[in-house]
Design a protein around this ligand. Structure first.
Ligand code: SF4
Ligand code: SF4
Ligand code: FES
Length: 412
């Protein structure tokens, strides 16, 4: 298979410079595809590179003949090392592919580097395990006050009119949602890599500055780099030992196995918001941009299972909020109702936030058409539909702020 090279389509490129400023590390393209997945105008196509040579690299001391100039991840994949969609699968875990999460980091010639965006060099020595102890790293930014919070923020705090939480945002995500609402974090491959301690200190400072008790981590996808997240929460808890301190993790739930939930709880997590993006795999693929149906099924199943597991095992110990999407071009009202019924079967008192998916990132372009933000009336309809499934605490995001959970039900 020939290596890749990127090509910008001048008819689509808006010269916004995002790819140069936040994504690409190279003068000469290595075909990592990071700009291809992250361009908000879908202006980067990948083509076959016309010429290449063969070089030797060493992976865990084993020599491999690989194509010159390509990313390490690609070289390993072409040498027969599979890429795993799950952290503990049989293979190499490369969830974000843009250099943001550092889940894929290996020791490369003695340096800790993300293999998804690092180019192979003749004689390069790559080790899966590090030869000396090293702190995990991740690009994390934000560290600001937030007036609304997230899916895992209890509704009764949301309308106070002041900042109720401080949040930081971790770069990189395993999903490729065409309407991503936070794409400059999802696709951030160049920035400052922080240790868990540095991030915990910054978030604690933000808490003091804003005089709030809640501290949140969102993304991107916060759970990608598990050692980083666990250390971050442990340190955050040590820096904030008071019982008022709430540690909130916002996640798509795709990696939240029971064991991971237990570990997060032990590390200090008190509140968790999980996005359940669908109930049908076809819808999940459409909303998340994941084309591999098997992978999509695994992610969807894991996120639902996480909601069930937390509801059953952490009822009085963790605050759980669930997020579900609505946009008529992406998911039907009938499926939203089925999601509501299923959540209601798990626990009718779970807090459910409906996110009105807007035309962000690639504007959620579907077959060339731009999605429209759901109207206020549509969101009111969704609210009543979900209340009709037995759910007691439904909030719906609208162009005019949240509605619910106790708006008068005028239709009854
Ligand atoms: S991010 Fe896309 S639109 Fe912006 S400069 Fe790069 S290729 Fe062009
Ligand atoms: S981000 Fe990767 S694919 Fe895009 S131009 Fe840079 S090296 Fe090439
Ligand atoms: S997968 Fe390489 S940095 Fe995220």
């Amino acid at each position: 298979m020939a290596p890749w090279i990127s090509k910008r389509d001048p008819n689509l490129c808006q010269d916004c410079q995002y790819c140069r400023k936040w994504i690409c590390r190279y003068e000469s393209c290595i075909g990592c595809q990071a700009c291809h997945v992250s361009c908000p105008y879908d202006a980067v196509k990948m083509e076959e590179r016309p010429s290449w040579e063969t070089i030797t690299i060493y992976f865990d001391d084993k020599p491999l003949q690989v194509t010159s100039g390509i990313p390490i991840k690609e070289a390993l994949q072409l040498s027969g090392f599979p890429i795993s969609p799950f952290p503990k699968g049989d293979g190499i875990f490369v969830p974000c592919g843009v250099g943001g999460c550092m889940s894929c980091a290996m020791e490369v010639d003695g340096v800790f580097l993300p293999i998804c965006v690092t180019q192979v060099q003749e004689g390069m020595k790559i080790q899966k395990e590090f030869s000396h102890p090293i702190s995990p790293l991740r690009i994390v930014h934000g560290f600001q006050g937030h007036p609304v919070g997230g899916v895992g923020t209890p509704w009764n705090l949301k309308a106070s009119g002041r900042n109720i939480e401080v949040a930081c945002f971790s770069a990189g995500c395993n999903l490729r949602c065409p309407q991503c609402q936070n794409w400059t974090t999802t696709y951030c491959g160049k920035g400052v890599y922080l240790t868990p301690e540095e991030a915990a200190i910054s978030l604690t400072r933000a808490r003091k500055r804003e005089e709030v008790d809640r501290m949140a981590i969102s993304g991107g996808e916060s759970t990608l780099n598990r050692p980083w997240l666990i250390q971050f929460l442990n340190i955050l808890r040590k820096l904030n030992p008071d019982k008022e301190a709430r540690l909130h993790v916002d996640t798509n739930g795709t990696f939240l196995t029971n064991e991971y939930v237990d570990e997060l709880f032990q590390a200090g997590m008190t509140d968790v918001g999980i996005d359940l993006k669908a109930i049908d795999v076809e819808t999940y693929c459409r909303i998340t941009g994941i084309e591999d149906r098997k992978k999509a099924s695994l992610y969807l199943r894991t996120s639902w299972e996480a909601v069930r597991y937390i509801s059953e095992n952490y009822k009085d110990r963790l605050f759980l909020g669930v997020g579900i999407p609505y946009n008529r071009d992406l998911i039907s009202m009938e499926e939203v109702e089925r999601i509501g019924k299923e959540i209601s079967n798990i626990d009718p008192n779970l807090q459910v936030c409906v996110l009105d998916y807007r035309p962000e990132f690639r504007r959620g372009l579907i077959e060339g058409n731009m999605i429209q933000r759901p109207s206020y009336q549509e969101m009111v309809e969704i609210y009543h539909l979900l209340r009709g499934t037995g759910l007691s605490t439904v909030l719906c995001q609208t162009p005019f702020g949240h509605i619910g959970p106790h708006i008068p039900d005028k239709r009854r």
